[in-house]
Write a protein that binds this ligand. Structure first.
Ligand SMILES: NC(=O)c1ccc[n+]([C@@H]2O[C@H](COP(=O)([O-])OP(=O)(O)OC[C@H]3O[C@@H](n4cnc5c(N)ncnc54)[C@H](OP(=O)(O)O)[C@@H]3O)[C@@H](O)[C@H]2O)c1
Length: 480
């Protein structure tokens, strides 16, 4: 057997599909997995799916030696300790100049630690975010490789072909930057995904609970929305979901799904990072909190008995107007959510000196990944117009879009509040906008309180310098 071009270790959902994708693009690939049955399964799939050049190995030594030098091995195993274990297994057989790429959802600092450790052994290392789930991995994901640029160059030709291809904007891959930047960007991508999903769920809730739309009406509405500015993978699959009947009973499957959302951690990391960087990300935070609250199913059922009653206003609702308002509210809320995600990336990039190109990130998210959307093109253009944009909201095009939609947005949030329907994501987005656009906030009072009880000092609007006032003494004297 001739040597293969690349290797892939870890053949669960993502690894198996990415290996087949790489082979299909004409790159012979060696595959390995700790549990060897998955190796045979992958080789069998490769045969069935077109005699693809996939070569399976049951032991790491022969796996590594089957790859041409400098060897490149992509790992797709569970993040954390399994990555360290797989590195140890592979590195025992790798030679100076070879490279390991972690394609999992790894914490960026782990990647930086491993890159250093690999460097000491003369090995190169990349942390590469892979988005698009099973389908994306097989047919074209969005790829976010960060770390050694030299390693990226080894496999650039493969990545350019394997990634999703978007007409007019090219393959959904770019060298992200140094260190753990690829993992960090993928993490924020997932945080943005949490926000998108929450906002869509709220649109559904308002239309269903206040507008009384049926599933088939919801399917129509989301299909219609998917023809315009909201066109995206998540809106498309949402429309599909509303059309699927329950094969095990009456009605639609969506109504039988338990209202408890799972999570694997990247959304939580995004929120933790936002806090670490002092970047406001209320929409993404609201989406995480909503998942936490959804998990309290039993408590919520009990609470619903205590707080039972009809929370609806009972006022008539103009369905057509409501649908249009919710569409606009969703779009405006989404702008705020992306603005927050981009600001997290921007802050981290300047903290770490990564020099990340935000417009380029929007471009590689246009295809392959879960948040792919026509809207990302506008974000790319906004950063092309001004790479140092302080916030997406102040880009002239987005600013105009927000202004055009704010009346509808406020109507939807008020309607939801008045009818007892929670819209934490839309409300947080609106509050974000209303805070950001105001030149004076009630922060003066908070600062006065801080100075009152803690002598934290304050600045003045009319004089420079730092001031402290004996608020307590003055107040006590004035009370006497
Ligand atoms: N699933 C998705 O949609 C998706 C999307 C994007 C990114 N990701 C990320 O991609 C990575 C792979 O995801 P996945 O869903 O395909 O698989 P997964 O369920 O996260 O991991 C399973 C793989 O990890 C291996 N593994 C687990 N513990 C190991 C250990 N101690 N030593 C060696 N190998 C070990 C398993 O080997 P055995 O077969 O021997 O157990 C198997 O190959 C993860 O980081 C995930 O977060 C997943």
């Amino acid at each position: 057997m001739a040597l293969t071009r690349i290797g892939l270790a870890g053949l669960a959902v993502m690894g198996q599909n990415l290996a087949l994708n790489i082979a299909e693009k004409g790159f012979p690939i060696s595959v390995y997995n700790r549990t060897t049955s998955k190796v045979d399964e992958t080789v069998q799939r490769a045969k069935v799916e077109g005699n693809l050049p996939v070569y399976g190995f049951h032991d790491p030594a022969s796996f590594v030696s089957s790859i041409q030098k400098p060897r490149v091995v992509i790992m797709l195993v569970k993040a954390g300790a399994p990555v360290d274990q797989t590195i140890a297994t592979l590195a025992a057989h790798l030679e100076q100049g070879d490279c390991i790429i972690d394609g999992g959802n790894e914490w960026y600092e782990n990647t930086e630690r491993r890159e250093k450790a690999m460097e000491e052994r003369g090995l190169l290392y990349l942390g590469m975010g892979v988005s698009g789930g099973e389908e994306g991995a097989r047919n074209g994901p969005s790829l976010m490789p960060g770390g050694s640029f030299e390693a990226y160059k080894y496999i650039e030709d493969i990545l350019l072909k394997v990634a999703a291809q978007v007409p007019d904007s090219g393959p959904c891959v770019t060298y992200i930057g140094k260190g753990g930047s690829g993992n960090f960007v993928k993490m924020v991508h997932n945080g943005i995904e949490y926000g998108d999903m929450q906002l869509i769920a709220e649109a559904y809730d308002v239309l269903k609970s206040v507008g009384k739309l049926t599933n088939s009406e919801l399917q129509q509405v989301f299909s219609e929305w998917n023809k315009g500015e909201l066109l995206s993978f998540l809106i498309e699959i949402t429309a599909d979901i509303f059309g699927i009947k329950d094969e095990q009973g009456e009605g639609y499957l969506v109504d039988k799904v338990l209202d408890k959302t799972g999570m694997k951690g990247t959304g939580k990391w995004t929120v933790q990072q936002a806090a670490e960087l002092s970047v406001a990300a209320p929409t993404i935070e609201a989406s995480l909190d909503s998942r936490f609250l959804s998990g309290l199913k039993d408590e919520r059922v009990e609470a619903s008995k205590i707080f039972q009653g009809d929370y609806s206003t009972g006022l008539p609702v103009d369905k057509a107007q409501l649908i249009e308002d919710v569409r606009q509210a969703l779009y405006a809320s989404k702008i705020c959510s992306y603005a927050q995600g981009m600001n997290i990336i921007k802050a981290k990039s300047s903290e770490k000196g990564w020099g990340l190109n935000l417009g380029e990130l929007a471009r590689i998210w246009k295809g392959g990944c879960i948040i792919r959307a026509i809207f990302l093109d506008r974000i790319k253009k906004a950063y092309d117009r001004n790479p140092n944009l302080a916030n997406l909201l102040v880009d002239p095009e987005f600013a105009q879009e927000i202004m055009d939609r704010q009346a509808a947005w406020r109507r939807v949030v008020c309607l939801a509040i008045n009818n007892g329907v929670s819209t934490p994501g839309m409300s947080a987005s609106l509050a974000y906008f209303d805070s950001y656009r105001r030149d004076r906030l009630p922060a003066n009072l908070v600062q006065a309180q801080r100075d009152y009880f803690g002598a934290h000092t304050y600045e003045r609007v009319d004089m420079s310098g730092s001031y402290h006032t004996e608020w307590f003494k003055i107040a006590r004297n004035s009370k006497i």
